[in-house]
Design a protein around this ligand. Structure first.
Ligand code: PHE
Length: 450
């Protein structure tokens, strides 16, 4: 227990930059490095990026602001925050914590694959241009029984070790080391990728919108991606916001965090797609883009083994700064409400999530035949329920609670530190949070579950 908790005060971020790095760390993750490039690859490149930007502006910034404001105002975890507004909304917070459990259960499995790929790149095991062999290698790992579970366990242990240290001593400290390292490595990789002959085709693919490629599926994917990538809709930013001091400038943070997140997603696209094109591979590869296509690309470039090791280490850092935020949502609830000790809570929840992840891992191999929801196995079911149902529903409720029930005037008052700082965009934000964002989410949400 640190001194703040001892005298009954809530722990706080140690510095403004520490908070920004931690929140951006939560947002920047596998969603940016693994999912964004292949989603763009699959959905027509620039067309997807364009739709993503529109949704980012209308919904992303708006919800980021709403979560941070709600969290700092209540100084509580996701469940406590909603309950403080009204008991009728406790369930929204519960959905959020459940989403955290579900997402971390499969996220950590993928995190485990990444650790395995860090090891593989260090030993040179991936050094081949034969995508068939690389595909087999990937298939063997994810379809295995003991190995992927073991790596999932290692990833969980790393996550626990950070969350153990609390807010400023654990999450903030880790983010302050890993996030700058990640930026530097990303930029090196993007420069390397952009200087290949034939790279411009990849850039064109990512940035030139082909309007004919925009359809309902693209819009749906982009909305889901905005939620997932910005860590919205499950109270993650409520929880992080609850550790903010009353002096912090929330409107500014709510703009910086999504910008950093989007910047990294684009950088990831620029690091991956030009190289993919330059070496004559297909961008629409799907989830295997990072684990199968990229190693083949690295194998062809000078010093490829070093770049490969840098790349997978970077992915691991990004995944960890996100997984700690997912765990913190659950830990904050138990520590706040049940008054448990942080370390015991972290270990207990970590163990539960590890166990829940086992079926998710097995569903890519020995349990592939077990169907839980439609044709989905455990892994896809967790992902679908959390990302396609809980997050949008949580986001919709967030807009209604902040924009209508709690009251937009009170929200703006909190956002301006009780009238002490300027928030010029307040009228626009109020309009977006009350009308535009909920309607947009509702339309996409209804279509997606039908
Ligand atoms: N934003 C993270 C990513 O892009 C994932 C995440 C989702 C983290 C929800 C926290 C909450 O990988």
């Amino acid at each position: 227990m640190n001194s703040n908790q001892a005298n009954g005060q809530r722990e706080q971020w140690g510095s403004k930059i520490g908070f920004i790095l931690a929140a951006a760390g939560s947002a920047v993750g596998l969603g940016n490095l693994w999912k964004f490039p292949y989603m763009a690859g699959k959905n027509g490149g620039g067309a997807f990026v364009l739709v993503y930007f529109v949704i980012l502006f209308l919904v992303g910034f708006t919800l980021m602001m709403a979560e941070l404001v709600l969290g700092r105002h209540t100084q509580l975890n996701a469940i406590g925050a909603y309950r403080k507004i009204s008991k009728a909304f406790t369930w929204v917070g519960v959905l959020g914590v459940l989403a955290g459990f579900l997402i971390l259960s499969f996220y950590s499995v993928v995190g485990g694959w990444v650790i395995n790929y860090v090891v593989k790149s260090a030993t040179g095991a991936l050094h081949t241009t034969d995508t068939g062999a690389l595909g087999d290698m990937f298939g063997q790992l994810v379809g295995g029984t003991v190995e992927p579970i073991l790596y999932h366990g290692i990833f969980m242990v790393l996550t626990l070790a950070i969350v153990f240290g609390g807010i400023s001593g654990g999450i903030e400290k880790a983010s302050k080391i890993m996030m700058p390292a990640l930026f530097i490595m990303m930029i090196i990789l993007a420069i390397r990728s952009l200087t290949f002959e034939g790279a411009s085709e990849g850039v064109r693919f990512l940035l030139a919108p082909d309007f004919s490629a925009i359809n309902r599926g693209v819009v749906l994917d982009a909305l889901g991606q905005v939620f997932f990538s910005l860590s919205l809709g499950m109270g993650c930013m409520i929880t992080y916001g609850s550790y903010l001091s009353k002096e912090e400038n929330i409107p500014q943070s709510a703009i910086v965090i999504p910008l950093v997140d989007t910047g990294v997603a684009l950088l990831a696209g620029l690091a991956i797609l030009p190289a993919v094109f330059a070496f004559g591979f297909e961008p629409g590869q799907g989830p295997g883009l990072m684990f199968v296509t990229l190693p083949a690309v690295f194998a062809q470039m000078p010093l490829g083994r070093i770049f490969e090791l840098i790349f997978f280490t970077l992915v691991l850092f990004a995944a960890l700064t996100s997984s700690i935020s997912l765990l913190e949502v659950c830990v904050a609830y138990v520590v706040d409400e049940w008054k448990w000790n942080r370390k015991i809570t972290t270990m207990t929840l970590g163990a539960v999530i590890f166990l829940m992840g086992i079926p998710a891992s097995l569903s890519n191999g020995p349990w592939a035949h077990i169907q839980i929801l439609g044709e989905r196995g455990f892994f896809d079911t967790y992902d679908f329920i959390a990302s396609n149902i809980f997050l949008p529903l949580g986001g919709l409720m967030l807009c209604l609670v902040v924009g209508w029930f709690w009251g937009i005037d009170k929200a703006v008052f909190e956002a301006t530190n009780n009238g002490r700082i300027r928030f010029g965009l307040a009228p626009i934000w109020s309009f977006l949070v009350r009308f535009v964002a909920p309607v947009a989410i509702l339309i996409v949400f209804i279509r997606s579950i039908m």
